[in-house]
Ligand binder design. Structure first.
Ligand code: PLP
Length: 405
């Protein structure tokens, strides 16, 4: 069997692999605490569940236009108006099988072989792999001051003749850091001046804390017409807790959306009509579930930050949003893969190694679980890592004994 060069250059999704490992261990009855997850535990909005069920019951489950049903496009137009203050037309919208598909189809539509895509480090695991899948070259940018948000100058230093696009994810997976309005204004202006595509991955844009308000990149754009190179990505997975529904979307200029729709029509023919109906209901229905989720996550974030601050040797920049934090454990082990494996083996806590996001010495911890998951998970980690810990730890009625030093 011969596998293509591109396929060989793509690595497995570390986060999905960890989910599998955790599920296998749980099946064996192991007391696993999953701090690696990237999905809220709350139920999808009732409106969405009812809409999906009634679509199935109607029996009218057929192909749809490849860019999405008109009702979903209308719901996305309303959403963009309400949360971005920007009025768009149906031809500027493409619904997709999750934000993931919207991003990769956008990259397929804009990249020629060897063209470069810049994104800040640490980055979402899929940006480099998606770029490679589309024949492009990923160019991660590390902030010179070591912070989680590179400055425009750091990004500008990486822009060259082959640069085609910049991806900004704010607030960010894995750090939870949100870029300032000044930075968003500057990057929008910079991309317009240099004629670069700017992909704003806004999948977490309403899941932000401490009174922050979502930032609309459109307010800083001078060109919102047909030559605009702004691509805004969003979806229902995170804020509506609808990860399994696989609905996301892209908003861009009409020509680009037409090209993306052509691509998607040959890839998947567009997302399932059942799931599109559920997304319409979520977007148009009662919005309290989003605020409830946001409040829960803010509370969980506070608990996680308190726990980690009491963890000697661990450095943390508190997250501004999302359901992740990205503490620095390099005082214990700079090799984040080894550290993550150690924590899973010894105390059954799932974490994601920072190296998967391009930054060694860190672990991504999720705050999606319960308060008990967070407190017990961090307690177990402390016990495993602190050489002064007592010799024994009970997990339920199971006794763990330190057999390492
Ligand atoms: C930054 C970022 N963008 C996009 C996605 C994909 O979202 P979806 O489930 O809608 O494909 C994720 C999911 O983890 C993410 O973290």
């Amino acid at each position: 069997m011969s596998i293509s060069q591109i396929a060989r250059s793509i690595s497995e999704s570390a986060t999905l692999k960890l989910n599998e490992t955790a599920a296998q261990l749980r099946q064996k009855g192991e007391p696993v605490i999953h701090l690696g997850g990237g999905e809220p535990k709350s139920r999808a909005p009732l409106d969405a569940l009812v809409a999906a069920a009634s679509k199935v019951n109607s029996g009218e489950v057929r192909y749809t236009p490849a860019d999405g049903i008109p009702a979903l496009k209308q719901a996305i137009i309303r959403y963009t108006d309400e949360y971005y203050g920007h009025r768009i037309e149906p031809e500027q919208v493409m619904a997709s099988g999750g934000a993931k598909q919207a991003i990769i189809v956008a990259l397929q539509a804009i990249l020629n072989p060897q063209e470069e895509v810049i994104f800040p480090t640490p980055y979402w695991v899929s940006y480099p792999e998606m770029t490679k899948l589309c024949g492009g070259v990923p160019v991660p940018v590390l902030a010179e001051d070591g912070s989680f948000c590179p400055r425009l100058a750091d990004i500008e230093a990486k822009v060259g003749a082959y640069t085609k696009a910049i991806i900004i994810n704010s607030p960010s997976n894995p750090t939870g850091a949100m870029y300032s309005a000044e930075f968003i204004a500057a990057i929008v202006e910079f991309c317009e001046q240099r004629s670069l595509y700017l992909i704003m991955d806004d999948i977490y844009h309403r899941l932000i804390f401490d009174g922050r308000k979502p930032i609309s990149c459109y307010q800083y754009a001078k060109d919102l017409g047909e030559s605009s190179k702004l691509i805004v990505i969003n979806g229902v997975s995170k804020q509506y807790a609808m990860t399994g529904f696989r609905i996301g979307w892209a908003v861009a200029n009409k020509k680009l959306i037409e090209a993306m729709t052509n691509i998607q029509s040959h890839q998947s023919s567009g997302p399932s009509v059942v799931l599109q109906a559920a997304a319409v209901a979520a977007l148009d229905g009662v919005q309290s579930s989003v605020e409830n989720l946001r409040l829960t996550l803010e509370n969980n974030r506070n608990v996680m930050v308190d726990q980690l601050r009491a963890f000697e040797g661990v450095k943390l920049t508190p997250p501004d949003g999302t359901f992740y934090c990205f503490p620095d454990f390099s005082a214990y082990d700079r090799d984040s893969t080894r550290l993550s494996r150690f924590l899973l083996e010894k105390v059954r806590v799932v974490t994601v190694p920072g190296v998967e996001f391009g930054m060694e010495g860190h672990l991504r911890l999720s705050t999606c679980g319960t308060i008990k998951d967070i407190t017990e998970g961090v307690e177990r980690m402390k016990w495993a890592l602190d050489p002064n810990s007592p010799n024994e730890l009970y997990i339920g009625d199971r006794k763990l004994v330190r057999d390492w030093s």
